[in-house]
Design a protein around this ligand. Structure first.
Ligand code: MRU
Length: 353
């Protein structure tokens, strides 16, 4: 996608396959910085500290983690270590274990001397497939939402499910980019998404690159906007979708979904099929909802007068920082994936498409 007049992917292998380039998402929107990852440790660190984040991108980054590792050691022992470290880098987005398990299974089944080349090929394939899926999500979503033919179409979103959260195009933002490219007048209400502000720092920044009309709102403003008729639909991504249609996504998603239903506003979830977890049958006890450092709640990032990125304390009280919540299926109007648009009670059928 475009940054200024240049096209980027959020992750890309170097030509000689000795490193991968990522956009460091922790310095946006203040500084656009590309960094190079060369080792398993650097990949795990980038995922843990959210230099890369967003469910699909975490999965693809882990795939490149295997590829980089195979540059150093192709033994079974190291392959198992890679699997262990990558899968534990972050707990909630199922795309991570989905990617790690499939790459591991392929690499362990072939001779060590073939692992380096196949590791890189598999990671590149996963990255390219992610792009294709997101383009399809964009098209299916576009066909669903173009009926809201108003000027402008007012959309509310949460967190960042744009191209930065994937290899390119995004999930929830993909239909929005498509609407915009097809000439629709769109305006996006961007929920800031405390505590890490992925909406304000990343989604707003992405929209700005395309000059798509948008306005950042505090997370608490969503209810008022919906009640006042200022939102035509809500669209979000997902980190894990249960077989019974429940959706785990960034903390605050549930609140928006409940208010959307209360006000008869469609609430759409856009995600690839790799976000569906066959083992997540209902309750959150089946997987871990990431609880992040309380410091994230008690600090804010910004720039000082000299343009340096700084972090300031905003309080000293104890804080609790669950990073995701679960929205029951009754609140989700439609699920948009690469295969089309479905009702949440169809998840069991579409998983095998
Ligand atoms: O903690 P993050 O920033 O990785 O959380 C990201 C989200 O919750 C996204 O909405 C989700 O991963 C979908 S991304 C296409």
């Amino acid at each position: 996608m475009l940054v200024g007049s240049n096209n980027y992917r959020s992750i890309e292998a170097s030509e000689d396959r000795s490193y991968v380039k990522i956009i460091d998402q922790t310095t946006l929107p203040f500084e656009f910085k590309i960094i190079h990852l060369r080792t398993l440790q650097e990949v795990v660190r980038a995922i843990k500290f959210m230099q890369v984040r967003g469910a699909p991108l975490i999965g693809v980054t882990a795939a490149y983690g295997f590829a980089l590792s195979m540059n150093f050691d192709t033994s079974n022992k190291f392959l198992k270590e890679c699997k262990e470290s990558l899968i534990n880098a972050r707990p909630t987005a199922v795309n991570l274990s989905w990617a790690v398990n499939q790459i591991f299974d392929r690499l362990i089944s072939i001779a060590p001397e073939q692992r380096k080349e196949l590791g890189w090929d598999l990671a590149d394939t996963l990255a390219n497939e992610d792009i294709e899926k997101n383009i399809s999500i964009g098209l299916h979503g576009y066909n669903l939402i173009k009926v809201h033919n108003k000027k402008p179409i007012n959309i509310l979103t949460h967190c960042n499910a744009g191209w930065l959260a994937t290899v390119d195009h995004g999930t929830a933002l993909s239909p929005i980019f498509k609407l915009f490219n097809e000439g629709f007048d769109v305006h996006v209400w961007v929920g800031e998404t405390r505590p890490r502000n992925q909406g304000m720092s990343l989604t707003a920044w992405e929209l700005e690159q395309y000059k798509i009309k948008h306005t950042v709102v505090t997370d608490n403003a969503g209810g008022l906007l919906m009640k006042e008729g200022l939102v035509d639909f809500v669209i979000v991504g997902a980190d894990r979708i249960a077989m019974d249609g429940q959706v785990c996504n960034k903390i605050g998603t549930y609140l928006k979904a409940v208010v959307a239903k209360e006000n008869n506003i469609p609430f759409y979830v856009a995600a690839p099929l790799s976000t569906i977890d066959k083992n997540f049958i209902g309750e959150s006890r089946n997987f871990e909802i990431e609880c992040r450092d309380a410091k994230e709640v008690m600090t804010m990032k910004g720039i000082d007068k000299m343009g340096n990125i700084i972090e300031i304390n905003i309080g000293n009280s104890p804080a609790y920082n669950p990073a995701f919540d679960i929205t029951p299926k009754e609140y989700v109007s439609k699920f948009i994936c690469e295969k089309g648009v479905f009702d949440t009670n169809e998840i069991k059928e579409i998983i095998n498409l």
